[in-house]
Design a protein around this ligand. Sequence first.
Ligand code: NDP
Length: 309
Amino acid sequence: MTRITLMTTLSNTMGFLEDHLKRSVPGAVVTTWPEEGALDGEVVVCWKPPAGVMATMPNLRLMHSIAAGVDNVLSDTALPNLPLCRIVDPLLGKAMAEYVLWGTLYFHREFDRVSTNARNGHWHRYDQVAAADKCVGILGLGTLGIQAATLLKSVGYKVSGWSRSAKQVEGVEVFAGDAALDDFLAQTGILVCLLPLTPSTVGILNADRFARLPQGAALILCSRGEHLNGPDLVASLRSGHLRGAILDVFDKEPLQPDNPLWTEPGILVTPHMAGLAKPRVIAEQIAENIRRLKAGEILLNRVDPALGY
Ligand code: NDP
């Protein structure tokens, strides 16, 4: 028997996961917290689990996020010292890369300005800049950052990336570590954020960082809302230093209808849609990790809680 506890508020995904895990994990008994028996689970499948609950589960052996990011799990300061895994969906990576390419074209080919002009019946043709003369800088060269960089490169953009550790990505100029961040920003015309949310990256997009970008740079935020200092972004846009921003993620979602970001000139809001993992992929990866746990094999997509990703 394998006792699995579902812990989340995302009821649609969870219904699918429950059915799939019952069918694919031999002897699965699936309970949803806070139903009776939920605290007996050996595996927790979660998104924003209630803080402190997993620490009270005596049989727990594996914590599994249903998302690529695990900040929603690691925010529980009483988390037990047990393996934590996340989802890595190649199709999500492809969708994210498409979103980043679209956002890059939006600024590079002036669609931000042209769409405003079109609403005002204003005919104006801007100078064309070659993709090779546009530098797209990606904060975070992990699973998603590398896929986005590769697609941008294939279209002809000059691409650079920033990661914690040094690495080689073909055709991409890599800047590593805090000491290299200013140099990375100084040559970035379109800044894409694909960092995980950790204590080192929270609030990283702030006035100081914006000031280091060249005049007229743009931002594409598709990681987590907490990476961004919103008032700093608005000030930077209003001063004319930054040209525009596409924001896909927010610290409180959904973004409320009266939030001023919706109507701030230069900002385009999208509804956390850049890359979505398919429920079937989520279910299959969790089922595979449960099989590995039972067989004593190495788990897939394990997170380092000390690093936070
Ligand atoms: P990964 O864990 O694969 O990659 C993270 C990257 O960030 C790595 O290159 C890592 O460096 C780098 N990094 C982490 N901390 C630092 C730091 N302090 N300084 C410099 N670089 C750092 O993550 P993914 O690519 O899978 O996902 C990234 C994030 O995207 C997720 O955490 C999630 O928040 C977000 N996301 C958003 C979605 C959306 O629809 N908007 C969908 C899915 C995910 P190194 O390589 O050296 O370890």
